[in-house]
Write a protein that binds this ligand. Structure first.
Ligand code: DGT
Ligand code: MG
Ligand code: MG
Ligand code: MG
Ligand code: MG
Length: 279
């Protein structure tokens, strides 16, 4: 059927496919959260409630988009890694980016009262988003190492900074001056000797950020419904037909989304979860 004479305008909508066979990382970041955190009196340097709200929104995104295999969050940002061969929305960039940024934002707003009860939102928060493609496993790992190293550097600085201000009585200008040019060891030392704070004993959430992964869990029912199957081999992909009707054995393992605050720079995390980078 011919369209209207206006339908030609459709030709101005250009395709925006993301290169196939590459890892896709989508990162959202709170717009002007310097202001949002101040106006809603977030605790300094870290507001546990606000960070948990970020984790909740990221979990909602992962529940909706199963091709996301890993997410990492800190401060007002979250990064989502898609499996390499994802065909989500035919890899159309604007569709993916706008849908996920929008879902994250609405979940953040929807769940705000749960995490910050008694703190009414004064205005509409928003998030920016970008998608970057990475060509190899090594660059993907380096990307996440970069974000977690950033978490550590910022958190160490902010922790000392706010200790100097809130407990040490310095002005923010004085605290910046105190810390100017100091190396990491000096910051640890200031925290310990002046404020009795052992940095390494602070919450891992603050030091390592938030890591969301899919973890396989045993499917208890599958075992129960196949009592005659005793040989644990050869069961992986064979559909088993029971007397009561057809039922697939071990079709897809059940996974849960797990929240961790662990190191993702070293090899252990990646070696123990080979599925993240495999396709
Ligand atoms: P942008 O991203 O360019 O629109 O600007 P901002 O203001 O969002 O800057 P950004 O993303 O570089 O830094 C995040 C801001 O959010 C930073 O000013 C600190 C604030 N923020 C994030 N999480 C917390 C928190 O847990 N507690 C407090 N007090 N502030 C936080
Ligand atoms: Mg920024
Ligand atoms: Mg921001
Ligand atoms: Mg940020
Ligand atoms: Mg539509």
């Amino acid at each position: 059927m011919a369209g209207s004479k206006f339908a030609y305008v459709r030709n101005f909508e250009l395709p925006d496919p993301l290169l196939p066979g590459t890892f896709m990382v989508l990162r959202i970041d709170g717009h002007a959260f310097h202001r949002l955190s101040a106006e809603h009196e977030f605790a300094k340097p870290n507001d546990e409630r606000a960070l948990q709200l970020m984790d909740h929104a990221a979990r909602d995104v992962m529940n909706e988009f199963k091709d996301i295999v890993l997410a990492f969050g800190e401060s007002d940002e979250y990064s989502f890694l898609f499996r390499k061969s994802t065909a989500l929305y035919n890899r159309r960039e604007a569709k993916i980016l706008s849908t996920i940024t929008s879902l994250f934002t609405s979940s953040y707003v929807y769940n705000w009262p749960t995490y910050l009860p008694g703190v009414p939102l004064k205005y509409c928060p928003s998030f920016d988003g970008r998608i970057v493609l990475y060509p190899s496993e090594q660059v993907v790992r380096d990307y996440f190492s970069w974000r977690q190293a950033d978490t550590h550097i910022n958190n160490l600085y902010n922790t000392v900074f706010w200790a100097l201000v809130l407990q040490g009585g310095q002005t923010t200008t004085e605290a910046h001056a105190t810390l100017r040019g100091t190396v990491s060891a000096t910051k640890h030392e200031i925290l310990f000797s002046r404020f009795g704070i052992n940095y390494n004993e602070l919450s891992a959430r603050y030091r390592k950020g938030s890591v969301l992964v899919r973890t396989e869990v045993p499917e208890p029912e599958a075992v129960e419904t196949q009592p005659s199957e005793t040989n644990s081999q050869d069961q992986t992909s064979i559909p088993v037909v029971s007397d009561q009707g057809s039922r697939k054995k071990k079709s897809k393992p059940r996974t849960i989304i797990e929240l961790l605050h662990c190191d993702i720079i070293g090899n252990d995390f990646w070696n123990s979860r080979p599925n993240i980078l495999a396709d």
